[in-house]
Design a protein around this ligand. Sequence first.
Ligand SMILES: NC(=O)C1=CN([C@@H]2O[C@H](COP(=O)(O)OP(=O)(O)OC[C@H]3O[C@@H](n4cnc5c(N)ncnc54)[C@H](O)[C@@H]3O)[C@@H](O)[C@H]2O)C=CC1
Ligand SMILES: O=C(O)C(=O)COP(=O)(O)O
Length: 390
Amino acid sequence: MYKIKTYNQISVKGLEKFSREKYEVGSDIAHPDAILLRSHKLHGDPLPESVLAVARAGAGVNNVPVEELSQKGIVVFNTPGANANAVKELVLAGLLLGSRGILRGVGYLSTLHDMTDAAELHKLLEDQKKNFAGNELYGKTLGIIGLGAIGSLVADMALALGMKVVGFDPALSIEAAWRLSSQVQKAENMYALLARCDYVSLHVPALPVTKHMINAEALNQAKKGMVLLNFARETIVDPNAIVEALNQGKLKNYVCDFPEPVFYGREDVLALPHIGASTAEAEENCAIMGADQLIEYLENGNIKNSVNFPDVAMARCEGPRIIFSNENVSGVLGQVLSVLADNKVNVLDMMNKSRGNLAYNILDVEQMDNGHVVDAIKQIKHVMAVRLIK
Ligand SMILES: NC(=O)C1=CN([C@@H]2O[C@H](COP(=O)(O)OP(=O)(O)OC[C@H]3O[C@@H](n4cnc5c(N)ncnc54)[C@H](O)[C@@H]3O)[C@@H](O)[C@H]2O)C=CC1
Ligand SMILES: O=C(O)C(=O)COP(=O)(O)O
């Protein structure tokens, strides 16, 4: 029986992937084989020795101590693209909210609830609506910082609205580049993008290098009256610099999924409670993808969409499978094969892949009666984790 510990609200559609015969799933499991979570912060939580893998049902893994888990040979997954459409659609709402007097208009109306004469109400609104006028998106320029799963969908959407789109992404993957419309213009650097855009939307991961990338210096370069949208993470922007830029009129509005106390009471900040991925569809997609990836790893040792291990998939031969991870130094696989040879274990098929400082190996072997082989592999220097899958 495999045990899966969950945090946060995980869609039932994903949880149903774990068959009752093979899996025990719950939020109160003490010695889980794997963890399935959304935004719950794992940093500082004591991690049970039993954990083999962590799946983040979502994109950002800044709530998972990936480096620490890597050192223990624990595989961390995310679900790339599974909630991208949900975020894209909320960015559309953000663009509209940042351009038109929608919220202020609704807020004004809510102050008039004691007016009972319809004709009088209509007359007043026709007089007052000038206070809630805005701008159209059509023909304006949207800058997108980070052109991955979400950024590329936002680009397509903006082009369909008749906007011009400028992008900046120095780490763009080849796959993401293939997805990107040829109509997206490339900015030489972030400052050049900020200087020419009416709207800028942030879609980069929270990393040390992206921390406060939107700071006072960056905002000084911004086109006056720009609307900034942040559906990425709170750490990407310096909130005090945002307030200053709003006060100076550099920024017209700041629309974000990450409220901060310094924004309270400001009409020019539209802050949402981190609901970018909170749609039934996105929650299902993420939970299903995360569950599938965990099942494939636990039952077959195959890895897909890990953020710390290489993608590895090998069809199974008849018989048991040994999987092990090690520090990516020479000679480890050779020593493991020697242990197997010494114990007369015949290897049927094998695969070895590395990513950065980690290497991951799958060995399909003929029947292996000798229980101490796995223990012997564990003892080899630089080996981090070993598992026998029957
Ligand atoms: N508000 C919400 O509920 C959600 C927020 N997010 C946030 O959005 C982020 C992006 O999500 P995806 O597009 O799915 O990820 P992704 O990995 O597909 O795309 C991220 C892109 O950012 C680029 N990038 C990295 N560093 C950069 C830099 N310094 N400057 C410019 N580009 C840079 C990467 O090359 C990549 O193309 C996530 O990491 C997460 O923090 C994601 C989903 C939901
Ligand atoms: O996928 C992401 O990075 C998100 O921010 C979504 O977070 P959530 O799963 O809605 O808590």
